[in-house]
Ligand binder design. Structure first.
Ligand code: NAD
Ligand code: UD1
Length: 338
């Protein structure tokens, strides 16, 4: 039997889509997740989509005994590490919890990997590590200058992996810096299910469309962009998931270290996203202009060239598909996984 891919955070939004693609490529998967921001129902949905239920260990990456036992129970070749907390505002309010979960948690995981002789890791980093460099098109060479606790945790984990690699060349590391994941599996059975009021644009729009929220607040119409609203590089979660398979393929082929932006390279404004969503869903999205959100920037998007040359990967799905799939998920699951 092929060895397992350990997917931490595998019942979460991006993790669950990646698990499906891994299983479709015949990789055995074991998920480790503490369900702090996800539902076990995801496992049933993955099973009905792929015909195969992934192995699941409920627990925390900081629980060393549990992680050690997991590596004894499953022959793991590579780890894809999604587990983490990701809400920017929450990180500012509870920095110690964020550093503990994201940094101490990753450190515990990496030490248990080392003890188990597992040295291949793909880490979920974020475009947020670049902060606000004063220009919009981010290459992998853009200096790392996070401006919030969440971004700082991502940079710290990157630093830890860079240092581990320098000291012990046996490590194989892929740092994937995601831009703005949206969309859902085409089945409409899995998707993004944020707890409480969504922080991010797309889940807010879909909740307005389904009648859960009254209207969207557009944070600023005076940005230096063509229509005055913020522009971002939205990427379909299925494309994002497939970037992990491309990275895994590279690491298994002997690649030892890569750092790659994962985006489309094409930004859309808030108003363009509203229009695209209205077209895809046939719903009207009422909105009002509101003040700029603290910490926001006008525009950012990936230079995706390196992903293409290094991984042979390129985003396939356009904004219409992103909106259609987000809407199918929300419409079929108006209260998420509950
Ligand atoms: P998510 O919250 O849906 O998934 C994260 C999963 O990790 C959840 O299922 C949660 O229960 C689990 N988890 C959290 N802390 C854990 C711990 N200590 N032990 C075990 N499990 C734990 O988030 P997502 O959107 O799927 O993001 C996945 C990763 O990608 C995160 O690391 C996130 O920071 C990163 N990322 C996300 C985005 C985005 O916009 N969604 C952008 C850039 C980077
Ligand atoms: C946010 C995070 C960032 C994280 C990223 C992906 C902040 C300050 N930044 O970035 O660290 O990596 O999510 O998870 O939280 N918008 C509205 N109304 C809304 C929501 C958003 O107008 O209700 C606008 C924003 O101002 C922005 C765009 O929509 O212009 C996208 O916002 P969002 O989805 O939150 O992503 P980011 O701001 O890129």
């Amino acid at each position: 039997m092929k060895p397992f891919i350990l997917v931490t955070g595998g019942t979460g939004y991006i993790g669950s889509h990646t698990v499906i693609q891994l299983q479709q490529k015949e990789y055995p998967v074991v998920i480790l997740d503490n369900l702090s921001n996800s539902s076990p129902v995801v496992l049933d949905r993955i099973a009905s989509i792929t015909g195969n239920r992934p192995a699941f260990v409920e627990g925390d990456i900081r629980d060393r005994d549990l992680v050690r036992q997991l590596f004894r129970d499953y022959a793991v070749s590579d780890v894809i590490h999604f587990a983490g907390l990701k809400a920017v505002g929450e990180g500012e309010a509870e920095p110690l919890r964020y550093y503990d979960n994201n940094v101490s948690g990753s450190l515990a995981l990496f030490q248990e990997m080392e003890a188990a002789g597992v040295f291949s890791i793909i880490f979920s980093s974020s475009a947020t590590v670049y902060g606000n460099p004063g220009y919009s098109r981010f290459t992998e060479e853009t200096p790392l200058n996070p401006v919030n606790v969440y971004g700082d945790t991502k940079k710290m984990v990157e630093d830890i992996l860079r240092a581990a690699k320098r000291a012990q060349p046996v490590w194989q590391v892929a740092l994937l810096r995601y831009f703005n994941p949206v969309g859902a599996h085409v089945s409409g059975m899995i998707g993004e299910d944020p707890a409480g009021i969504p922080n991010n644009l797309m889940p807010f729009i879909t909740q307005v469309a389904v009648g859960k929220r009254e209207k969207l607040s557009v944070f600023g119409n005076d940005w230096p962009t063509p229509d005055g609203t913020g522009r971002r590089d939205y990427i379909h979660v299925e494309d994002l998931a497939s970037a992990h398979l491309a990275a895994l393929n590279k690491l298994q082929g002997g690649e030892s270290f890569l750092t790659v932006n994962v985006g489309t390279g094409r930004p859309y404004s808030v108003l363009e996203m509203v229009a695209a969503f209205e077209k895809a869903s046939g719903k009207t999205i009422p909105y009002q202009f509101a003040a700029r959100r603290a910490g926001d920037i006008a525009e950012c998007y990936a230079d995706p060239a390196l992903a293409k040359t290094l991984l042979g990967w390129q985003a396939q799905h356009d904004v219409n598909r992103m909106c259609a799939d987000s809407w199918r998920w929300q419409k079929n699951n108006p209260v998420g996984y509950e």
